[in-house]
Write a protein that binds this ligand. Structure first.
Ligand code: GDP
Ligand code: IMO
Ligand code: MG
Length: 428
């Protein structure tokens, strides 16, 4: 086994951070390959909670190499703050432990401003972004006007690119949106300072990864966001601007598909979504509130209340297909304890027919009514369970149905936020 990908199978916040941290014990290298600090990955170890946004979830171990790949968009200010926060918590973040790709694109102040302004302009049709400048930064990357980490170390190149960008962005900010112009000098000085502080962390991460794999090291790729937020496969346009799916790894980390042997889909035992967009199994009643409070469903990055609903197996099957998932990690099973009747969506009724695939068109999706199967709940607490056998019979039936429907085995069940509240059910 060389490379294992951990991806979100829903709309993000599935517990990827927790599962990555758990699996990292048996890995040597942990890599983020897409997204940016729109991600919020919570890891709980020995009663202490760590909130990670850009730094891979392997950082809590002393002997793991963490990599931020070229596919990530990096806000240097946010990254430096995160490094400071981790150091403050007693977690060492040195250039020996963290390497940042010189090809990654840089989130600039105008990206964050444009993120906010374009959301405002969309009005009621806003996406509900995290406001971190993710979309505008990826836009510049694909428009071929972006600034990369390596540019920060070539002062003349950086100066020229920044000048051109500020000139154009100021026109857009002022003339299109009626905002205030940005100062070249301020941003230039600020970013040169960041560059100097980050210099020792920067390298060609694809080289580091390739060498590690050739030496037989085990690599974990940590996805951010989730399948339904993927720019191609998600509920477009209510998506993020990158590829959270397993296919994103090759592009975003600079490795070939032959270097990946397993793909683990992390999936909550129910569904949540933060931000706008369709969500077929969303609950608007007391059950939705119950799940939100019991599961403490509030965003790690923005603190927003997450929308909650029943598990949607149509979505999970879709994630299995799109990412070629080889196993599932089911998280937050403990949140479902003490519910009499648990429902699971096994199809959508659309135009009088039941379908089990996820439609592309939001108009079709709006017509879809979830078809539910009901399961008896369990009232015993499961937070201390260490094996599958120790789980209540009804919880086992619930998990078995997930495997049966998706055709993929569950490798891990998580019964609490802590590292030790994790049950290995099958080999990955
Ligand atoms: P990520 O973005 O996919 O890493 O997920 P987040 O960290 O944003 O959200 C998951 C939340 O659920 C975090 O607060 C975790 O500490 C917590 N969590 C993860 N697994 C479990 C679990 O099995 N049970 C409970 N109760 N909480 C969990
Ligand atoms: P993790 O890695 C949940 C959502 C936002 C919004 C949409 C676009 O913690 O699972 P963006 O700022 O990316 O342009 O916002 O995507 N979103 C997430 N939702 N978890 C995340 O990350 C998310 N990152 C972005 O709420 O709906
Ligand atoms: Mg999160």
């Amino acid at each position: 086994m060389s490379g294992v990908v951990v991806i979100g199978a829903q709309w993000g916040d599935e517990g990827k951070g927790k599962i990555t941290d758990f699996l990292a014990e048996g890995a040597d290298v942990v890599v983020r390959y897409q997204g940016g600090n729109n991600a919020g990955h919570t890891v709980e170890v020995e009663g202490k909670k760590y909130k990670l946004h850009l730094v891979p979830s392997g950082i809590l171990y002393d002997d793991k190499l963490c990599i931020i790949g070229n596919g990530v968009v990096i806000d240097p200010k946010a990254l430096l703050e995160e490094i400071e926060y981790l150091e403050g918590e007693g977690v060492k973040v040195t250039p020996k432990k963290l390497v940042i790709s010189d090809r990654a694109h840089v989130i600039m102040p105008y990206h964050k401003i444009l993120d906010g302004l374009s959301e405002k302009k969309r009005g009621k049709a806003d996406i509900g972004t995290t406001g971190k400048g993710i979309g505008p930064c990826y836009t510049d990357k694909h428009e071929r006007s972006g600034i990369r980490i390596c540019d920060l170390f070539h002062i003349e190149v950086f100066k020229e690119k920044l000048k051109q960008n500020i000139e154009l962005k100021n026109k857009i900010i002022c003339d299109v949106y009626g905002g205030d112009p940005l100062s070249f000098e301020e941003i230039y000085d600020e970013y040169i300072n960041y560059a100097n502080r980050l210099r020792d962390f920067v390298f060609d991460t694809s080289v580091v990864l390739y060498d590690s794999i050739k030496k037989g090291k085990k690599v974990l790729f940590e996805g951010a966001q989730g399948t339904l937020l993927d720019i191609d496969y998600g509920t477009y346009p209510y998506v993020t601007s990158s590829h959270p799916i397993s296919g994103g790894v090759c592009i975003g980390a600079g490795v070939g598909p032959t270097m990946i042997s397993n793909a683990v889909g992390v999936c909550k035992a129910y569904t949540t979504r933060v931000g706008k967009g369709p969500f077929p199994t969303e609950l608007f009643d007391e059950m939705g509130d119950f799940i939100r409070e019991k599961g403490f469903e509030y965003g790690t990055t923005t603190g927003r209340a997450r929308r909650c609903g029943w598990l949607d197996l149509v979505i999970l099957k879709y994630a299995v297909r799109i990412s070629g998932l080889t196993s599932l990690a089911i998280t937050k099973l403990d949140t479902l304890s003490d519910i009499d009747e648990i429902k699971v969506c096994v199809g959508y009724e659309m135009d009088g027919k039941v379908i089990d695939y996820f439609p592309a068109s939001l108009e079709d999706l709006a017509k879809c009514k979830p078809v539910y199967e009901s399961f008896k709940g369990w009232d015993s607490s499961i937070e201390k369970a260490k094996t599958f056998e120790e789980l209540p019979e009804n919880a086992k039936i619930y998990l078995k149905r997930i495997e049966e429907y998706t055709g993929v085995r569950i490798s891990i069940v998580s019964v609490g936020p802590a590292r030790h509240q994790t049950i290995i059910i099958n080999k990955m």
